[in-house]
Design a binder for this molecule. Sequence first.
Ligand SMILES: CC(C)(COP(=O)(O)OP(=O)(O)OC[C@H]1O[C@@H](n2cnc3c(N)ncnc32)[C@H](O)[C@@H]1OP(=O)(O)O)[C@@H](O)C(=O)NCCC(=O)NCCS
Length: 183
Amino acid sequence: MTTHDDRDHSAVVLRPIEVADADRVHEWASQERACGFQPWGPNTREETGAFVAEAARTWERPEGPRLVWAAASSALGVIGTGELKRNTPSCAEIAYAVHVDYWGRGLGTEIARLLLSIAFADPAVERVQGTCDPRNLASAAVLRRAGLMFEGTLRHTVHLRDGWRDSAMHSILRGGWTHQANQ
Ligand SMILES: CC(C)(COP(=O)(O)OP(=O)(O)OC[C@H]1O[C@@H](n2cnc3c(N)ncnc32)[C@H](O)[C@@H]1OP(=O)(O)O)[C@@H](O)C(=O)NCCC(=O)NCCS
């Protein structure tokens, strides 16, 4: 699955994440600003290794409820991760992270779009959702730019180091995706 990023002119590819990606993932997972709105991190190298090993194991059951990809470009190597969860047969959920060195180049949006196209390739999927901390304006922008619509705020869904946080729920329906893909 490949796409084109208008702003840095490099192809972004999603491929199954591998244990060997752990050092690269740790470059951002070890940083405070990459996990400020997440219940994990900053990671030790062991924690990142455990996360990547678990993510790689999702490929032992490709038909299972969760799959994790490494996002890579030929110019930059691995620049992030993308994740698809199947909440119900008709509802999938996307999540993503981008290496802190490459924020603001449109890569998060490209990963989100690739995840949507994978999700909607399954005709059973009617709805794809994505959530973020309402304070995570970059993630909210990614969801919006990928075509998801803000639906409302779920209260106290995730416990962070400094207390409970809310989740801004966004979604796109199959009709919206088809319309967008034909533009
Ligand atoms: C969220 C994340 C994936 C965004 O990646 P990215 O490659 O920088 O995303 P993009 O460049 O595609 O888009 C970012 C958008 O957010 C906007 N943005 C960034 N920081 C912002 C801020 N503080 N306030 C408002 N908008 C902001 C950018 O301007 C851009 O929108 P624009 O192109 O319309 O101007 C990245 O910041 C990240 O990995 N964060 C840590 C992990 C995370 O939060 N993942 C999401 C879990 S819900």
